[in-house]
Design a protein around this ligand. Structure first.
Ligand SMILES: [Zn+2]
Length: 374
C-alpha cells in the first residue's frame, strides 16, 4: 500500500487565543483522535462541490480558520482546508493543549469507551473529559461531501502520523458522530484512515526477526522476547494494569464531583508526590486517598478508577463499606449499568476475591462486590 505523504503544516497556533483552549492536558495523555467535518452554516456551507473559484474557496477557508481561532468559542488542533486550495494543513492548537472540539453539551454529553473498557464521560475542571484525552482534526467539508485526492492524502497522512507518535490503535480513532448523539460529522474518511493506521502498525510486530536475519540470538529466553499484546482488556477485568493517567483521571473526575467549584489543582496536591511514574501510581495502596467522602473513610487500599460495570443478577446489595456486614444502601437489578470511581482489593471475599468497587457519585455511590459485576 502506498504511503500518504504528510504535507507541510502551517502553524497558526500562536494566533489562537488562550480563552478557547487549555494550556496543557492536566493529568491526562492523548488516547483518542477525533475526526470532524467543518460543515459550515446553512448560508455558507463548507462543501467541496460548490463550484467556486479558488479565491472564493480560500475566502471560505479563511473564515473557517477564524471560527476556530475564537470566532466560534471552539478550537481544534488541525484543520485540513478545501480540496480546491490544495487541502492545506493548519495547526491551530499545539497538541499539548486541550482544544474544545468534542466536549458535548448538557443534553448530549460526549462519551467514549476505550478499547481497554474505560468509559470516559463528564467534565474535569469544566472541560469535557473527551477533550482532555484527544486530538481533533477538522476536515473542511460537509458530512457527505466527498474528499478529493488532496484532502484524502492530507487526512490520512496527518492521522497516521499522529497515531504513530501516540501509539494509537485503529479503534482509538473515531468520528465525532460516535461520541455525541446530536453530531453527524467525521465519518467519511474514518475507515480509510483506520485501515492506513492498521497497515502502518503491522511491521512493528516482527522486530526480533528484523534484527537477526541470519540466526536467532543465542540464549534468548522467553523473558527477553517482547511480545506485543493487544491493548484490549475485557471491560469488567480491571485487575489488569490500570494506566496511570486513568487513575489520575478517575481521581480528578471524582474530585470534580465532590469538590466545591473553584478549587483548581486539587488533584495535583492529592497525588501525594506520586508523580507520573506508572509503577508508583499503579500501586494505589500508597498513602491515604480520600475518595467518595465517608464511603472510603477507614477503607484501605482505595485505588481511583475510571470504569464501568453492569450488574449481573437481581437484588444485588450496595453497601456503605466493602464488606458483606456493612450497612446496605440500596439494591440493584440485573442489567443496571454503573460508572465506577475506585476499587479496593482489601474488601470482604464473597466468593470471587476481595475486590469491591466504589460506584460513582453520579450513579448513587456505595460499594458493590466485584463478583456482582460484568
Ligand atoms: Zn465535529
Amino acid at each position: 500500500m502506498s504511503q500518504a505523504t504528510l504535507p507541510n503544516i502551517i502553524d497558526l497556533s500562536a494566533q489562537t487565543p488562550s480563552v478557547v483552549h487549555e494550556p496543557d492536558r492536566g493529568n491526562f495523555t492523548v488516547k483518542l483522535l477525533v475526526l470532524h467535518d467543518t460543515v459550515g452554516s446553512t448560508r455558507y456551507p463548507d462543501r467541496n462541490d460548490l463550484g467556486l473559484d479558488s479565491i472564493a474557496y480560500q475566502s471560505r477557508e479563511n473564515g473557517t480558520i477564524r471560527w476556530f481561532q475564537g470566532g466560534g468559542d471552539v478550537s481544534v488542533h488541525y484543520l485540513v482546508g478545501p480540496e480546491a486550495t490544495g487541502a492545506k494543513i493548519y495547526r491551530l492548537c499545539q497538541e499539548s493543549w486541550t482544544a474544545y472540539h468534542a466536549g458535548g453539551t448538557a443534553n448530549y454529553p460526549a462519551s467514549w469507551k476505550a478499547p481497554d473498557g474505560t468509559f470516559y464521560q463528564g467534565q474535569v475542571n469544566g472541560v469535557g473529559i473527551i477533550n482532555w484525552i484527544s486530538i481533533g482534526i477538522e476536515r473542511w467539508g460537509g458530512i457527505n461531501d466527498a474528499p478529493g485526492p488532496n484532502q484524502t492524502n492530507a487526512m490520512v497522512a496527518l492521522a497516521t502520523d499522529i497515531a504513530r507518535r501516540y501509539n494509537l490503535a485503529p479503534e482509538q480513532i473515531v468520528a465525532h458522530k460516535e461520541l455525541e448523539g446530536d453530531r453527524q460529522d467525521g465519518g467519511i474518511l474514518l475507515s480509510a484512515i483506520r485501515k492506513a493506521v492498521e497497515e502502518e502498525r503491522k511491521p512493528k510486530l516482527v522486530p526480533v526477526q528484523a534484527e537477526s536475519p541470519v540466526s536467532p540470538p543465542p540464549e534468548q529466553t522467553p523473558a527477553d522476547i517482547q511480545v506485543q499484546t493487544p491493548t484490549q482488556n475485557p471491560p469488567a477485568d480491571p485487575n489488569q494494569k490500570s494506566p496511570s493517567d486513568l487513575i489520575s483521571a478517575g481521581l480528578t473526575r471524582l474530585l470534580d464531583f465532590l469538590s466545591p467549584k473553584g478549587s483548581p489543582n486539587a488533584p495535583l496536591d492529592i497525588q501525594g508526590g506520586a508523580g507520573n511514574d506508572p509503577a508508583t501510581q499503579d500501586n494505589g495502596s500508597n498513602g491515604p486517598i480520600n475518595i467518595g467522602g465517608t464511603l472510603s473513610q477507614g477503607v484501605s487500599g482505595v485505588v481511583p478508577y475510571l470504569g464501568a460495570g453492569v450488574v449481573k443478577n437481581n437484588a444485588v446489595i450496595v453497601r456503605e463499606k466493602p464488606s458483606t456486614d456493612a450497612t446496605p444502601v440500596r439494591s440493584l437489578n440485573q442489567g443496571t449499568a454503573l460508572r465506577l470511581s475506585a476499587y479496593t482489593d482489601n474488601g470482604a471475599n464473597s466468593g470471587s476475591g476481595p475486590r469491591w468497587y466504589l460506584i460513582d457519585a453520579a450513579d448513587g455511590g456505595g460499594w458493590i462486590y466485584g463478583g456482582a459485576l460484568n
